[in-house]
Ligand binder design. Sequence first.
Ligand SMILES: *[C@@H]1O[C@H](CO)[C@@H](O)[C@H](O)[C@H]1NC(C)=O
Ligand SMILES: *[C@@H]1O[C@H](CO)[C@@H](O)[C@H](O)[C@H]1NC(C)=O
Ligand SMILES: *[C@@H]1O[C@H](CO)[C@@H](O)[C@H](O)[C@H]1NC(C)=O
Length: 234
Amino acid sequence: MLNRLDFLCLTLLHLLQSAVSVKFEVLGPTDPIVAEAGDDIVLPCYLKPNISAENMTVDWLNLDFIDQHVYRYQNGRIIREDQIPSYRGRTSLFKEELMRGNFSLKLTRLQGSDEGQYKCFIKAQSWYDDITVQVQVKAVGSRPVVSVEGHRDGGMGLLCESEGWHPEPELLWLDSKGVSLSDGRPETHRDLKGFYTVRQQVIVQETDTNRFTCRVLQRHINVEVETEVHVPSE
Ligand SMILES: *[C@@H]1O[C@H](CO)[C@@H](O)[C@H](O)[C@H]1NC(C)=O
Ligand SMILES: *[C@@H]1O[C@H](CO)[C@@H](O)[C@H](O)[C@H]1NC(C)=O
Ligand SMILES: *[C@@H]1O[C@H](CO)[C@@H](O)[C@H](O)[C@H]1NC(C)=O
């Protein structure tokens, strides 16, 4: 059982601990950061109160990666070991801002693979806090390239391809009346930077117009691009 003296001692101890340990709150944006591929962006992250970052560890993490970081700053130094390779040479903090407790991360030349959830984790000797920042990347791909592949399975083979998208787009083959000719999902390929290429072949029969359209669309970013092809009749 605690007597009054014990209680007083515990209270004093607690007060002493609060006084010596640095306490802070980490703040950041509540809305996702939406940007276009190729842009330079800033992921906000700062302390309240705005105390100096000296002797603190700053970890910027991408939650899709375990055991690797986007950026680490510790004891006044940048730690390059275990940095996720795709972020190499593209990340920095604002040096002059560090003494004001501002750990915002600059990320340059945004690419598709940068989309995701980021954690800004700040640790002092006896205290830590973190926030999560969401990043969304938009990239409008190339106008579809259509090639006529020649006679196939009793019709004419047409191939459509479009590259450089984020997020993954849809691809539709349409006849001149706007009726879909696509059979199944297009083939999708994701490159090292996280951009999508879509490709689909159709076999068409001769029609009165012989005009066909390949349309590539991404509803989330409200974009569509298309290419029309006229197949000469025999
Ligand atoms: C940071 O650490 C060094 C060495 O341990 C110490 O001299 C300095 O006062 C510390 N700075 C802060 C702001 O705590
Ligand atoms: C910290 O924040 C206060 C209030 O917002 C501001 O007046 C002060 O200039 C800031 N300190 C530094 C070092 O930026
Ligand atoms: C942190 O630094 C960045 C880059 O200079 C700046 O844009 C941002 O406004 C700063 N945030 C705060 C809270 O001071």
